[in-house]
Ligand binder design. Sequence first.
Ligand SMILES: *[C@@H]1O[C@H](CO)[C@@H](O)[C@H](O)[C@H]1NC(C)=O
Ligand SMILES: *[C@@H]1O[C@H](CO)[C@@H](O)[C@H](O)[C@H]1NC(C)=O
Ligand SMILES: *[C@@H]1O[C@H](CO)[C@@H](O)[C@H](O)[C@H]1NC(C)=O
Ligand SMILES: *[C@@H]1O[C@H](CO)[C@@H](O)[C@H](O)[C@H]1NC(C)=O
Length: 788
Amino acid sequence: MTIYQLLVLFPLWICLPHFCSPEIMFRRTPTPQKRILGARVPRSDGKILHRQKRGWMWNQFFLLEEYTGSDYQYVGKLHSDQDKGDGSLKYILSGDGAGTLFIIDEKTGDIHATRRIDREEKAFYTLRAQAINRRTLRPVEPESEFVIKIHDINDNEPTFPEEIYTASVPEMSVVGTSVVQVTATDADDPSYGNSARVIYSILQGQPYFSVEPETGIIRTALPNMNRENREQYQVVIQAKDMGGQMGGLSGTTTVNITLTDVNDNPPRFAQNTIHLRVLESSPIGTAIGSVKATDADTGKNAEVEYRIIDGDGTDMFDIITEKDTQEGIITVKKPLDYESRRLYTLKVEAENTHVDPRFYYLGPFKDTTIVKISVEDVDEPPIFSRSSYLFEVHEDIEVGTIIGTVMARDPDSTSSPIRFSLDRHTDLDRIFNIHSGNGSLYTSKPLDRELSQWHNLTVIAAEINNPKEMTRVAVFVRILDVNDNAPQFAVFYDTFVCENARPGQLIQTISAVDKDDPLGGQKFFFSLAAVNPNFTVQDNEDNTARILTRKNGFNRHEISTYLLPVVISDNDYPIQSSTGTLSIRVCTCDSQGNMQSCSAEALLLPAGLSTGALIAILLCIIILLVIVVLFAALKRQRKKEPLILSKEDIRDNIVSYNDEGGGEEDTQAFDIGTLRNPAAIEEKKLRRDIIPETLFIPRRTPTAPDNTDVRDFINERLKEHDLDPTAPPYDSLATYAYEGNDSIAESLSSLESGTTDGDQNYDYLREWGPRFNKLAEMYGGGESDKDS
Ligand SMILES: *[C@@H]1O[C@H](CO)[C@@H](O)[C@H](O)[C@H]1NC(C)=O
Ligand SMILES: *[C@@H]1O[C@H](CO)[C@@H](O)[C@H](O)[C@H]1NC(C)=O
Ligand SMILES: *[C@@H]1O[C@H](CO)[C@@H](O)[C@H](O)[C@H]1NC(C)=O
Ligand SMILES: *[C@@H]1O[C@H](CO)[C@@H](O)[C@H](O)[C@H]1NC(C)=O
């Protein structure tokens, strides 16, 4: 835009749209100096721009939007200074909306808008104007572009992008705390007038909230707004344009404001005193009840921790904070006893775990309550005075002696009398008994430490009023030793004396044992029962003694064996002693004193037989034994073969019968021979392990089978077997070896041949017997081989 144009347009800005007529004609009457200025403008590239002659002097029209008149709205007038007013010129309009929205009077150049125009829809219309000579159709003015600018009126209200806003602010916030900012937009032209200048005000929500008129920031307006009183607020904000003046358009929005929680409330117990009850039998850890302090806050601001801070039951009970329910669970910490204490008092404190120091001024965030716990009586089983008893008793006490007394009492206040009994499983020999009334244990049989040193009993105490309440206690009875056993030789002594023994020679060292177990250990004394001229005993004083000869000249032909009674005694009270007799054989010895032959042999063998001969006899016996064993082994090996080779026979070995067999020895039960050799059946029917009372001579079939009626033959045989008193007591398999007439296999049966050649040889079993035997022999068996 040239300066010239600017100068021309300037008055327009001032006069439009209120005062000026929309009919404008611009004449080419610029001030001279401006023209000179405009005509020669030296350009940087050195060229001189020459202004061309022109007839148009406009390029902008203004039009008010939202025209409501019934006729066309006048926009402006095109005019060329070439127009003599004789109608020779014709104005033509083209561009945005030309001919439709904007029409032009081609003679006068008047432009009208055909309908209402909305600036917010389109703020500028760019059009082109042309003036031509009607006759020549030549343009008298060059085509020129101009703009119709739609002038704004306040036809749009401010709008909020959201219909409902949600916002939150902590409760107890100080006045003026910003909550949220709401912003409305106005579609009107913000660059012109106040149509788009929005001012906010609050329609609903006072006195709690306020809004900043210019910014739309919502702030709290009341101090100490308490969520616990009211949590939700609905604030309605109005935005009004025209700077909020009367006549401005307005829009509203709703803001849902939630107060968020802060910890401004302490926990509170509903009651000052809480009563709980608990059974005295409740085991440690039992929950007996709960306390709960309520907190008006929510979430972690309502979290509470429980503590027992005082009371006489602090070591008997515990409190656990249950996170889910925010309850304090009181549990048993130590075993309770109704009989010793029936009431406990606890002081329980509930305190917020998350405390906000800002609200300390409101007071402590905790509360206390008193919990009274009454212990309730339970019928308890009796209690023994000790957890176990140990009684020591000498084994020699008389039957019926009291060995000890167990004591028990009913801990209940209604002390029931107690009945004692012995668990008989712990005293199977019924050696002990108990007085049921007073718990005295006594013996009912003699005791013997040497049989059993301990008797570990169980005594049961039951309440007479309620026998289900019972307690058991272990009673250990140790039997103390009494010297009731005499010492004896430790082993059997096979003693001999050499014929050539000298007097004073040691022939045996003896020792002794005693079943008793004296406290100071065993001490044995050895002596001879009577003075003996032949032997003597020397006590070594270490529980052994030596037997020495007293003379020489022993002769086994004279006296083959001496009997020497030795008295062994212990030193316990009462002294127990026994006499053991040593038998001393007389033997011939070599010069070193090694035994060569003794009198014991002389009893068995002829006197003249030497040792060498004896060895020879022994050798013979051994050789014989070896031969016998070898024979037996060979025989067994031979027997095994047929079972392995004859696979067909293995299948036949399965014989079932409802009788217990005689084991391996019972060869009759599994006698395959009966299958192989039918002739053998009758012979072997009798079980070897059962001696039959009457021995029947096995009967041969007297009736020969009819060669045409095989069924009769089989029935006959079956009947015969069923009635046979010599048959075994179990089910057995009988072979008929008969294939019948129609066998395609060309039976080898003698029955077949019998019918053909007329030879009535019905004893087919016997005929087949040898065949079977032959087969069996091939496999190492045979008729004689009954075991296979
Ligand atoms: C705003 O609050 C009103 C009343 O409290 C409720 O009915 C409405 O559902 C809330 N709207 C939203 C979006 O939270
Ligand atoms: C228990 O009772 C029995 C018989 O009634 C009696 O002999 C015994 O001495 C009593 N025991 C005690 C310890 O009193
Ligand atoms: C009995 O108890 C004693 C002591 O506890 C123990 O030494 C012994 O082995 C027990 N005897 C039996 C048979 O259980
Ligand atoms: C001692 O030996 C002699 C024979 O040498 C015999 O007659 C006598 O009976 C023996 N005395 C005793 C007590 O055995």
